[in-house]
Design a protein around this ligand. Structure first.
Ligand SMILES: Nc1ncnc2c1ncn2[C@@H]1O[C@H](COP(=O)(O)OP(=O)(O)OP(=O)(O)O)[C@@H](O)[C@H]1O
Length: 797
């Protein structure tokens, strides 16, 4: 039993999907893409997946796996759903038969199969010999229907520009001979002589125009890695040439220089199909043994030549534009979408897969934009040119012809995710409404040869027989009525009259015939001569035509090359434009960053300037405060010095003021020296002015005191027994370094000055001070005593 029919919904949450209403459905000018769904049987009987269920002939339910114990059921609507039990014939009747009716009526149709790899796309289109798919059934149905209504071969001929021309009998005959000559290399050879025929169920289309002649043309191309290859191209034996796509005068897209062959029977068509199949890119992948690696397009074109009317003289009218109709049916077997993580493809297969997925993506994008344009009433450009696949079928999406899609589904559990995507795409595709384009189905003719006569079937028309003629009047048929003698007599008289006339005429008949014969012979000789001349002319013309053909072929090849090169350049150009665009973006971004940077810098500069100003202001204030402080300190020192000077000047300074505070910090050491010198001078001056020292006894100091004896001048030796008491002393003549004072061993300072007094006696003065260390590492010298030693001569009076 198929998985499709085993569906159960225990805890299913039903979702109603609101369809977007795109436009008024009654709008007869619009036709949606017809989407059908076909579910293939499960390949693996152990696969018990049951996520798909056909609810109605047009409704499919897909159940998603449990998410938080909730299963969702999504419904998809299609034109029709074919289950795994549906036969190939059912699929053909539903989908392809209406397209064939259109085809034989000169209308276009596009049918493509879409789905995951291995979902049955190729099977649906081609099938096998016993159970043929859509393509063989189409071919059989066409030839079953055309029967005698086929035009003689080569009368209708492709003009190599997607159009057709009508040839004269002679040209058609010449082409037939040419074809017979070249039949030494039949296409069948390429299929190893294996002739495939398909089961023909005799389907027929009844309502074809019996006043027309038909010709069927086949072409078969594939799109592989976004290049178009002609699968029937005999000219390139080794590798197929990449073909370019062109637009004809009616804006239909076609493959330039494609080989399009006229076929007169289904067998001939199958032969061509089989030749193409042997060349088609197929490969075995993890998911499908015979996987199509390209999108293949089998084109059937039916050209219909309608019989022209007969003019007043009974001559057939020259066929005009309105006498030829061309219908095209494209059967597209799309390569399957595939995920690389499932196929594990590498190298060439991986490149193929990415190209397949890209072109399918382009198809999706085009359809999405078409739909978006319809919903939003936009006119966004549909990027048909993004891929060869969409570019080739551009005209269909623009409204010329019916588009049908068969979505193939493999209900295997492994395909769940991809099927979900496929169904989403199918649903979206159904919403696309194609506005029918105004198309003139008739093609202009180039040459005409058809000979018509009323009341004859087209086939017989071309084989018109000559009407026999007679030189003598016919003997009338008379019926003798024995009951009416008069009537009999008049009838006999009539016959006798005719016989007499025949007799009189008959005498000259031999002569007349001879004359006619001679006349005819003359005419024949003239004609023969004319014919010989014509033949010669024809030969030279044929040579000329052959040369011209070769020239035009060469030109065509060159043109192809140039167009390919042009396309390459255009692609490169587009790529370069992309690069330029991205570079411009980068430059813009960098410019923005640069501007931002400059702004930041300016901001930082401003901030720095502000900070600088603030700091300068603060420093100024600090400096001013320090200067004030120093000034105050200086003033205090000056005051103290003044006080010392006052003390010295007033002979008996108060004990507590009898000191000079000297800052012995390193920067002040030099000035201290000069201060001390100045002090000694002041002291000396004071002494000189007979200033009496404080009445203090010379104290003997404790043995621990170390004196720094500073001899500003070298004293004269006095040789007296009275010596100042400085048990431990260090004598220096100059104070150069701070350490001379700050030496922690020294605690006393004595400045020694000696000079002659007013009486010529030598006077020695000792200015004594305490050395007190300061917290800054310096020392303070506080003068607190002056000793004066006067040396008097005993002989002095
Ligand atoms: N409806 C069906 N009935 C029976 N067999 C089927 C059916 N559909 C597909 N198959 C089988 O499944 C296999 C894969 O099918 P097919 O080659 O048509 O897949 P595909 O979609 O064309 O894959 P790819 O995209 O890789 O070319 C074939 O062996 C085919 O015979």
């Amino acid at each position: 039993m198929s998985a499709v029919n085993k569906f159960t919904t225990p805890s299913t949450k039903k979702l109603r999907r609101e369809k977007t209403t795109l436009s008024n459905h009654s709008d007869s000018e619009k036709d949606s893409v017809h989407v059908y769904c076909r579910i293939r049987p499960l390949a693996d009987s152990s696969d018990s997946s049951n996520y798909l269920k056909v609810l109605a002939p047009d409704t499919l339910a897909l159940t998603t796996p449990d998410v938080k114990a909730i299963r969702k059921e999504i419904h998809y609507k299609f034109k029709h759903i074919f289950t795994s039990y549906s036969s190939q014939s059912e699929v053909f009747t539903h989908i392809a038969y209406p397209l064939l009716q259109d085809l034989l009526n000169g209308k276009n149709g596009l049918l493509f199969s879409y789905g995951v790899t291995g979902s049955g796309k190729t099977y649906t289109l081609n099938g096998d010999q016993n159970d043929p798919g859509i393509m063989p059934r189409c071919i059989d149905t066409i030839f079953n229907s055309l029967g005698d209504y086929q035009a003689p071969k080569y009368v209708i001929k492709s003009d190599k520009m997607n159009g057709f021309e009508i040839q004269s009998d002679d040209d058609a005959y010449y082409d037939t001979l040419h074809a017979v000559k070249n039949s030494a290399k039949p296409l069948v050879r390429k299929t190893n002589g294996e002739k495939k025929s398909y089961y023909n169920d005799g389907t027929i289309i009844t309502n074809i125009n019996e006043n027309s002649l038909f010709s069927v043309f086949i072409s078969y191309v594939e799109i592989y890695n976004n290049n178009v290859y002609d699968l029937l191209d005999e000219s390139s034996e080794k590798s197929l040439q990449n073909k370019i796509l062109r637009e004809d005068c009616r804006k239909n897209m076609y493959v330039n220089g494609v080989v399009e062959i006229e076929v007169k029977s289904a067998e001939e068509a199958f032969e061509l199909f089989n030749v193409g199949q042997t060349r088609k890119k197929m490969a075995s992948t993890n998911l499908n043994e015979g996987s199509s690696r390209s999108h293949s397009i089998f084109n059937i074109r039916v050209v219909q030549l309608e019989q022209g009317a007969i003019n007043t003289n009974g001559q057939p009218m020259i066929p005009t534009e309105n006498n030829i109709k061309v219908g095209q049916l494209s059967l597209v077997d799309l390569a399957g979408s595939e995920r690389t993580n499932r196929t594990n493809n590498t190298g060439v297969r991986l490149k193929e897969a990415s190209s397949i997925n890209n072109s399918l993506m382009s198809l999706r994008t085009c359809l999405e934009i078409l739909r978006e344009n319809q919903i939003n009433k936009n006119n966004r450009l549909v990027p048909y040119r993004d891929s060869r696949l969409t570019f080739l079928f551009k005209r269909y999406f623009e409204g010329d012809g019916t588009i049908k899609m068969i979505v193939c589904i493999n209900p295997s559990v492994n395909d769940f995710e991809e099927n979900l995507q496929v169904l989403k795409f199918a649903e979206m595709t159904q919403d696309v409404k194609i506005t029918k384009a105004e198309v003139n189905r008739y093609t202009p003719l180039k040459k005409t040869i058809i000979k018509n006569k009323e009341n004859q079937t087209p086939h017989r028309l071309l084989k018109t027989a000559l009407t026999p003629f007679t030189l003598l009047p016919e003997v009338p048929f008379v019926k003798l009525n024995i009951d009416n003698i008069d009537e009999c007599r008049s009838a006999i008289e009539k016959v006798v009259k005719v016989l007499k006339f025949r007799k009189s005429k008959g005498k000259n008949i031999d002569k007349e015939i001879e004359e006619k014969q001679q006349e005819l012979r003359k005419k024949l000789v003239n004609m023969d001569q004319q014919c010989i001349l014509n033949n010669a002319e024809l030969k030279s013309l044929k040579v000329l035509i052959h040369k011209e053909k070769q020239k035009s072929q060469n030109l065509q090849v060159k043109m192809n090359d140039l167009e390919v090169a042009n396309q390459d350049i255009q692609m490169k150009n587009e790529e370069l434009e992309d690069v330029i665009r991205s570079l411009k973006n980068t430059i813009n971004e960098k410019d923005l960053k640069l501007n931002q940077h400059v702004l930041d810098r300016q901001r930082t500069k401003q901030q720095l300037a502000l900070a600088n100003e603030k700091m300068t202001h603060e420093l100024d204030q600090k400096l001013r405060r320090q200067r004030d402080h120093l000034n105050a300190a200086m003033k205090a020192k000056d005051d103290k010095l003044k006080m010392v000077r006052g003390i010295l000047d007033s002979e008996t300074p108060p004990a507590e003021m009898n000191c000079i505070e000297l800052n012995m910090d390193l920067p002040n050491i030099k000035s201290m020296g000069s201060q001390v010198t100045q002090t000694s001078k002041n002291v000396a001056n004071a002494c000189r002015r007979n200033v009496k020292p404080a009445a203090r006894s010379r104290r003997s100091k404790s043995a621990g005191e170390v004196w720094l004896e500073h001899n500003v001048i070298k004293p004269c030796p006095l040789n007296t027994v009275m010596q100042p008491t400085m048990k431990k002393r260090k004598s220096v003549s100059r104070l150069d370094k701070a350490s001379d004072i700050t030496n922690p061993k020294q605690s006393k300072y004595c400045l020694v000055a000696q000079e002659p007094d007013t009486d010529g006696e030598i006077e020695t003065k000792l200015y004594k001070a305490d050395i007190l260390p300061t917290c800054g590492g310096g020392a303070q010298v506080i003068f607190n005593d002056v000793e004066k030693l006067t040396q008097e001569s005993p002989t002095k009076t």
